[in-house]
Design a protein around this ligand. Structure first.
Ligand code: UT7
Length: 333
């Protein structure tokens, strides 16, 4: 029996800090070149916060934008889920900080840790509150300040990441309305945990002078291992999701992948056999903003006229963990 209630996205808001860090800026900081970064990643520039700006600030701006577009007051929000690996602090959660900053009196919420897949996982979690009839307005946010955990002397990681946030409002679709989430497929593979991680600052390696000296509070990445895993699994999870819904790749109007590397996205699109106009790629302007990439790319798709009412959309991500996810939905507005 199909569920009588189906969650849909009714609004999208995004925010990136104004300051730009260009490839030319990075050329002056580490031994790299605009040509290498463009060829190997597709990134030209990324947005970076000023000192004192935290993830909840970006998340709150994105949330306020989503609420303003929908024309609803913050008091109407029932749940706030924030996907992030760079919370303002371990606790309280970023969801609590955002709740206070936007004045969502009456909401509860929590943070969700799934690295680059956090936005997709949070959509899945948020949709359940709607589908079960428990809540009617859920705010799902993906936000990260990757610049807070990057070693800007490590050329292998500092060229990739940026800061940014996006928020969507989930509400129930009307009865019989052909809009909203169709299916989710997520999985994790913890054997890849050491390929991309931040070893310091947690219960295993609490902060000490030594952990700081060893830069254990920064991103450590085996780029090639992550690249290989991502190329294989992003296509695989999409393929499985399409098949179990009786769809083929050419049915997809809009493919919105996590923006980690242009080569990963192009390879996935090729492997799947998507239509050439379907993939949305904006990594050149934002870099990899971890949980922020998919909502930021949704906005790009809207701006480019590729995401409109009735569009069949496929979201996909692979991230640290490893975490993998894909989501099928029909755009509602
Ligand atoms: O969002 C979550 C997940 N993260 C990812 O999906 C990242 C996946 N991995 C990647 O995107 C790529 O592996 C990177 C962009 C991180 C690296 O690209 P690559 O083509 O895999 O380069 P590599 O690590 O194989 O390094 C090739 C060469 C090395 O030099 P040698 O040993 O061949 O002399 C590196 O030292 O490129 C060098 N290199 C650089 N050169 C200039 C590495 N980083 C840089 C740099 N500028 N920024």
């Amino acid at each position: 029996m199909t569920n009588p209630i189906r969650a849909k996205i009714t609004s999208l808001g995004t925010y990136v800090p104004p300051r730009l860090l260009t490839n030319q800026d990075l050329e002056a900081m580490v031994e790299t070149s605009d040509q290498w970064i463009m060829e190997r990643t597709g990134i030209r520039e990324r947005h970076i916060v000023e000192k004192g700006v935290a993830t909840s600030d970006l998340a709150a701006e994105a949330a306020k934008c989503a609420l303003a577009k929908r024309g609803i007051r913050p008091e109407a929000i029932e749940v706030i889920i924030v996907g992030t690996v760079t919370p303002d602090m371990f606790f309280p959660s970023s969801a609590c900080l955002v709740q206070h900053k936007i004045g969502a009196k009456g909401a509860w919420g929590f943070d969700l840790s799934a690295a680059c897949s956090a936005f997709i996982y949070a959509l899945h979690a948020g949709a359940q509150f709607i589908n079960t009839g428990v809540h009617k307005k859920v705010l799902v946010i993906g936000a990260d300040i990757m610049s807070s955990i990057i070693d800007y002397t490590d050329r292998a990681t500092c060229v990739i990441f940026g800061d940014g946030a996006g928020a969507v409002l989930l509400e129930p679709a009307a009865g019989g309305e052909d809009a909203g989430f169709i299916d989710f497929l997520n999985y994790v593979d913890g054997s890849g945990g050491r390929s991309l991680y931040m070893p310091g600052g947690g219960s295993l390696n609490p902060s000490t002078h030594e952990t700081v000296d060893k830069k254990m509070h920064c991103v450590h990445q085996d780029g090639q291992a992550v690249f290989k895993y991502a190329v294989r699994n992003m296509a695989d999870v999409c393929d499985r999701l399409l098949k179990r819904n009786g769809l083929s790749a050419t049915d997809i109007d809009c493919f919105i992948p996590h923006q980690a590397n242009k080569r990963i996205m192009v390879s996935t699109a090729d492997r799947l056999g998507l239509r050439p106009e379907a993939p949305i790629i904006n990594i050149d302007r934002f870099g990899n903003t971890t949980a922020g990439t998919i909502p930021l790319a949704m906005q790009t798709a809207i701006d480019e006229g590729k995401l409109k009412k009735g569009s069949l959309v496929l979201l996909a991500s692979v991230g640290a963990g490893f975490t993998t996810g894909a989501t099928l939905l029909r755009w509602a507005y």
